[in-house]
Design a protein around this ligand. Structure first.
Ligand SMILES: *Cc1c(COP(=O)(O)O)cnc(C)c1O
Length: 232
């Protein structure tokens, strides 16, 4: 791993984790975002009972998965290239950022090959930044209108994921989370009314998770507040 492990002592991972957990309302799940952090940071959180971790690079995730306890639930939170799908599908617990039908098809194909059903979220693009990945609400409707996903027996669409704009403007962030929450209701009603799996709203990071939980997040993805700044 990229980061020397003697850095572990410098950060009170366990204390930070306890604080974050105690600030989350019931029903909001924590995905501890461990990208760029060493395995012993993850183990510190693991010893506190944390089992869900998020990574955004396939190779880094592979190394950590091989090294760390097998009851960890790994979430892939980054942009996933279709040629990497086959490497993570055998063990991944959730792929959070599905933003094309092409990617969904590849997950279905690879999951079928290894006899698994993989949980996924559709990534929404609501934020202002042009650089962010994800489906606009219209593109998301289009993907779902195609109906192709209904035939995918190895993919379980569990909800929506999004990132708010990277800004200090709390009103802007709140508006984006609310737009996502409203869009979730629309999608639930139109496409998943009888599917209890479709229930997750993954939004909120270190800087904005308090706002996110006020706008019906069910899953927050928090890295820096727990593990400290990333060393790239
Ligand atoms: C890195 C990352 C996070 C965590 O960000 P922090 O600011 O460190 O909490 C959350 N979501 C995604 C998609 C990320 O890439």
């Amino acid at each position: 791993m990229r980061v020397p492990s003697d850095r572990a002592a410098m950060y009170d991972v366990k204390g930070n984790l306890r604080q974050v957990l105690s600030s989350l309302p019931d029903g909001v799940r924590l995905v501890a975002i461990s990208k760029y952090h060493p395995a012993d940071y993850i183990m510190a959180a693991y010893e506190e009972g944390q089992r869900v971790f998020g990574e955004s690079h396939e190779q880094e995730l592979r190394e950590k998965h091989n090294l760390l306890p097998k009851d960890i639930e790994w979430h892939f939170i980054g942009h996933l290239q279709t040629n990497k799908v086959k490497y993570i599908v055998p063990y991944i617990s959730m792929i959070e950022a599905v933003d094309s039908l092409k990617l969904l098809r590849e997950i279905e194909k690879q999951a079928a090959k290894c006899g698994r059903t993989v949980s996924v979220l559709l990534e929404l693009h609501i934020a202002q930044e042009a650089t962010k990945y994800g489906l606009t609400p219209d593109a998301c409707r289009q993907l779902l209108d195609s109906g192709e996903w209904r035939q995918m027996e190895h993919v379980r669409i569990c909800g929506l994921m999004m990132m708010a704009s990277n800004t200090d403007d709390k009103d802007c962030i709140a508006r984006e989370f609310q737009t996502a929450a409203d869009f979730f209701d629309e999608v639930k009603q139109r496409y998943f009314p009888d599917d209890s799996n479709f229930c997750q709203r993954s939004w909120g990071m270190s800087s904005d998770y308090a706002v996110a939980v006020r706008h019906r997040s069910t899953m927050v993805r928090i890295g820096t507040t727990i593990f400290g700044p990333r060393v790239y």
